[in-house]
Write a protein that binds this ligand. Structure first.
Ligand code: NFS
Length: 631
């Protein structure tokens, strides 16, 4: 295993985590560092800090800040795409093009804009409307209209309807300064509102703008695992989240001049692979292989096969700079928002992105001859990735829809499959892979949840590093899935989908919200997202972004189970609100628990929802699959 190579001379995060124990006070939410009276540690009999803030306030305040940071990260990513779309419309975005004009028109309509006319004019209208969404001071975030009416009424009734994205993030920071909002439930309400501004705003817009610029994903067969790094090719790893430059690097790697340069230097070709969510973006749209998820970023470099690692924003270890130096890897930062000491910084500008990409690919080719100490890993697995909510809505289950072929009709068939019990429910397994959990596969915390759910005929959606975790361990391979859940796999094959759907990156969790709204609209399963037999999990959360996702899922009406650690463990008053009051007010809850409990708790929620809908399967014979029901 290549990871072992990190021992002694090149320690990896897994090894550092084993050595460095987390601070027990901060880990459970009992440390307050918002002012210079502290940091106050509310342990050992201390029930409040120097200012009098109690444990519930301290923990809720810190949680709200983490949600705001996650919302800011996901939403600021979308802002960059809106800027590129605007620059493109004004003829200042170099080689960027609009790939999905139909989607551009649909998004214009969803934003309440004129959807006819010249493409560049629509693009300009959309870009400017999106940018103004960020700064909206009053009123309601425009994309909330995509949620079912009853859900929007819940948000109005409970006072958590978000305004502009930036406004909610700023207000959360304001409320959480020392001596301001000091009421745990009130703080949590603002966390929910901020998360909604991202889920139904910043993240959803990010997904849509990325589809407009680079294409709406369709399923494709590709590979994941460190074994996608090629021994005889120039390897370029793209890492981070924003696919803007990575897309250009993929284009540059096909440039005939650069290919012949690579060959003249002894390589067989140029291989681009990804890490983290930049990988998911390229995997879903281009079939570019993924070398791995968050914990794989260092082991990938430690193979000695990476000529260049190009990073943009988020989830990038600072340790990569030092690790790259120990090999021949050129480590390049590219975002004006993220420099890393020790990296070469080559800043991205939209109007000369392809030039920069070619320069970087050329540099990687030149570096091929400098390889030393190569240990090429063998592990790579086949996977199908790249489901979009549009694909699920319009392409799947359509085999039954002989006459309509309409949007609602397709999802109505998904609903009917659930009502009849062919599919017991829908589950989302999302978020990170953590080096503090056992690594990957059946020993990690992701696959045991996914595997148990599909075994119980629950259709599973995966995104982010959880999706890569499944992919690199072979759990998105159609053959493996057929063995893991023969009944569900057989049924899904008839419907044209896999039993585990790779739905994209973490911003693409917004596709789950769109899909669930479509299911409500299609009818038969209640009138709100909270009526659907649906649950979510984030077994190995690491980033603040994962908490923000979990929070907007709960606010959207479904239960989310996060694995360890529990960032609120020291404040049972706060966890009590999330698990006790939130279900009454919002229909969803947020619970931190042992990953081993997650699948069982999700199944219980889905079964309870089925009972409430009057479609319980308890005591009923197992439904026959679609194929076997044909006489
Ligand atoms: Ni999500 Fe993507 Fe991975 Fe976690 Fe980081 S890459 S945005 S935060 S670690 S899933």
């Amino acid at each position: 295993m290549v990871l072992e190579k990190g021992k002694n001379d090149h320690p990896t995060a897994s090894e550092r985590a084993a050595e460095m124990k987390p601070c027990p006070t901060g880990r459970g939410g009992a440390c307050c560092s918002t002012c210079a009276l502290g940091p106050c540690r509310l342990t050992g009999g201390w029930a409040a800090g120097v200012c009098g803030a109690n444990l519930n306030t301290v923990a809720a305040r810190e949680f709200a800040r983490m949600v705001a940071a996650g919302a800011a990260a996901h939403s600021d990513h979308g802002r960059e795409l809106a800027v590129i779309l605007r620059e493109l419309a004004l003829g200042r975005a170099g080689d960027y093009r609009i790939s999905d004009v139909d989607k551009l028109r649909r998004v214009a309509g969803l934003l309440g804009l004129e959807a006819d006319g010249e493409v560049v004019e629509i693009a300009l209208r959309v870009a400017e409307a999106v940018l103004s969404e960020y700064g909206r001071q009053e009123g309601t975030s425009a994309y909330l209209r995509r949620a079912p009416r009853q859900r929007r009424n819940v948000w109005i009734r409970t006072g958590i309807t978000p305004r502009g994205i930036d406004r909610e993030v700023v207000e959360t920071l304001h409320r959480t300064v020392m001596g301001n909002d000091q009421h745990a439930e009130h703080l949590l309400d603002q966390a929910l509102r901020t998360a909604l501004a991202s889920g139904w705003g910043g993240s959803m817009l990010t997904t849509d703008l990325t589809d407009i610029l680079f294409g709406t994903p369709r399923p494709r067969l590709t590979f994941a695992g460190l074994g996608v790094l090629e021994e005889k090719q120039v390897n370029i790893l793209v890492h981070g989240h924003e696919p803007l430059l990575a897309e250009m690097i993929v284009a540059a790697a096909l440039d005939p001049e650069l290919l012949s340069r690579a060959r003249s230097l002894g390589a067989d070709g140029i291989n681009v692979a990804g890490i983290c969510c930049t990988a998911n973006e390229l995997l879903a749209r281009r079939g570019i292989p993924s070398a791995g998820s968050f914990p794989d970023q260092e082991p990938a470099l430690a193979t000695g096969t990476v000529e260049m690692m190009v990073v943009d924003v988020q989830c990038v270890f600072q340790s990569l700079a030092a690790l790259a130096e120990k090999f021949h890897t050129i480590f390049v930062t590219t975002s004006p928002k993220a420099k890393i000491q020790g990296a070469i910084h080559r800043e991205f500008h939209p109007n000369r992105a392809l030039d920069l990409a070619k320069e970087l690919v050329g540099g990687a080719c030149d570096n091929f001859a400098n390889r030393r100490d190569v240990r090429c890993p063998a592990e790579k697995r086949r996977l199908v990735a790249g489901y979009s909510h549009e694909f699920i809505e319009t392409q799947t289950f359509g085999t039954w829809d002989m006459f309509g072929g309409t949007f609602q009709a397709s999802l109505r068939h998904l609903n009917d499959s659930i009502i009849e019990g062919h599919i017991v429910g829908v589950a989302a397994v999302v978020g990170c892979e953590s080096v503090r959990h056992p690594r990957g596969g059946p020993d990690g915390s992701v696959w045991p949840v996914v595997g148990e759910l599909i075994r119980r005929n629950i259709l599973v959606i995966v995104t982010g590093c959880a999706a890569i975790s499944c992919g690199k361990n072979g759990h998105l391979d159609p053959k493996t899935l057929r063995e893991a859940c023969p009944d569900l796999a057989e049924f899904c094959a008839g419907a044209g989908i896999a039993p585990v759907l790779h739905l994209g990156s973490c911003v693409d969790n917004s596709r789950i919200l769109t899909l669930l709204s479509g299911m409500v609209e299609a009818g038969g399963l209640g009138t709100d997202i909270s009526d659907l037999p649906v649950a979510a999990a984030c077994p190995e959360w690491v980033s603040e972004k994962a908490l923000e996702i979990a929070t907007y899922c709960a606010a959207s009406g479904f239960s989310v189970f996060c694995g360890t650690p529990d960032p609120l463990a020291a404040a049972p008053g706060v966890t009590g609100i999330m698990a006790g009051k939130w279900p009454e007010r919002f229909g969803g809850q947020l619970v931190f628990c042992d990953p081993a409990e997650i699948a069982g708790r999700m199944v219980a929620v889905i079964e309870a929802k089925r009972s409430s809908l009057g479609i319980s399967l308890k005591g009923k014979p197992k439904p026959r699959t679609q194929e076997s029901s044909v006489p």
